[in-house]
Design a protein around this ligand. Sequence first.
Ligand code: NAP
Length: 539
Amino acid sequence: MTVPTGTTVTTVTTDLTGSCLIGGAAVRGTHGEVSGVNPVTGETLAPSYGLVGIDEVDHAAELAWTAFASYRKTSPAARAAFLETIADNIAALGSALTDRVIAETGLPLPRVLGETGRTVGQLRLFAAVLREGNFHGARIDAAQPDRTPLPRPDIRLQSIALGPVAVFGASNFPLAFSVAGGDTASALAAGCPVIVKAHSAHPGTSELIGGAIRAAVVHHDLPEGVFSLLYGSGAVVGTALVTHPRIKAVGFTGSRGGGLALVTAAANRPEPIPVYAEMSSINPVFVLPGALAHNAAGLGEQWVASVVTGTGQLCTSPGLVFVPEGPAGQAFTAAATAAVQKLSATPMLTAGIRDAFDRGATRFREHAGVRNLTDRVSDSALVVGAAPQLFATDAAIFLADPALQEEVFGPASLVVTVRDTAQMVQILAGLEGQLTVTLHTDADEPGCAELLDAAELRAGRVLFNGWPTGVEVVSAMVHGGPFPATSNAQGTSVGTLAIDRFLRPVSYQNVPAALLSEALQDDNPLGIVRQHNGQFARE
Ligand code: NAP
């Protein structure tokens, strides 16, 4: 095996080198190159990034495994301070980061600033989670030496880190779901070293963020293998990471095909591992008759505003809306059509994503049972742009063609007219799993409870009288859901519960007091809430 060598990286820098970070070393890969491309101008952005091969994956994985032995034992307070330094370092990148994100993604400044704030905020939130201590899941069932017929042993439980985690940066959130995004923040918080496979759509952004994490590793004197950043192809580097025996879990956001390939690779390992893949969701919205009667035109305009947010490149974009047939439904559709005609094309992230969008929209346009409410295609003034497009059909045609449920990633959406609320319930029960289901309703409309019942079985988040785009990073958030929204509906990739994906519970039976971790010691030195003989208490 060739062991990669390179310059040692110790400080936050805004200079871009085109190198990977393998532990502490900046290493330029020699298996091809990739460059960022400005989707607005088509300009190729320097520097080019050298792609690594499986030797470098192996080296990063071995470093991560070595680091795991001590990193998992760091105190929660030490990991909290580490995450806060990463946050500070990212915030300090300022316009160097903002300018690079805009150049590589075409995202507007307010969105980039908002996403920077969210990324920094997520890291600080996980620092707070570590200090608060619930993530330990500590439980103590004291011994009952006098129990008959047999005495009960002392049994204590805590959750521990899984091991090194591979994270696949998402194209559509270059900060909040990428190198230092929610998957990385929650894995590092759990005590797991992280190896990120950078997304080729924003390599410079990835290097800047990687440098901020690396500088924090040095600042806190952590083992170098706690963090590595690799540029490489999914087929080679991605697969090698997921199948590497030192990797114990995977976080992914992207396409259904990519996510399923990783799930299959992980399941076929001699030691299968969990893959938390967020993949495909069309986020259906159900507008009930009472809500429609009050505000048909306003809701139609709100639908369009949600569809075009982020040029539709959000996992929570509402790709499907159900309205009752009749005049109010027609008013909803007419208002939406009028609103969308006023909008121009906006940039998409990459030529590949735009081409996939065009193919999806063409599928709708050429469908015999689907009406095209907008007559526009991509705007030629932008190198990689897309104009919003709306389509309409009825329940019978929708139910007859499962292909109408497939995600069209971008600013397109389909409105389906239905007979009544009972038919909405029937359709919802037959939909694929979703990140979100939204209901617009008056409080006590008939059928509302039945829709909520069906919605909670199909989605990770159920919203009333809002729009699914926009995800709060809070303790009660679930950004997950049944397949194909994710590959594992038991987790979330947003919010504090995300840490649980990278932990596993261990029971300790009759372990001598001197060997117990602080979370399980009798005098509770961390001062955390524990379940003690069935009662939650800070004692
Ligand atoms: P992607 O093609 O799934 O790629 C995401 C990451 O996974 C990339 O790093 C990619 O590496 C890697 N990858 C893809 N296929 C792989 C495989 N078979 N084995 C190993 N690694 C693999 O997603 P994308 O580039 O972000 O966007 C493409 C499409 O994904 C979009 O058009 C959209 O349909 C969908 N998407 C959906 C969401 C959502 O939230 N629902 C978000 C983003 C994208 P390479 O680049 O080297 O292939």
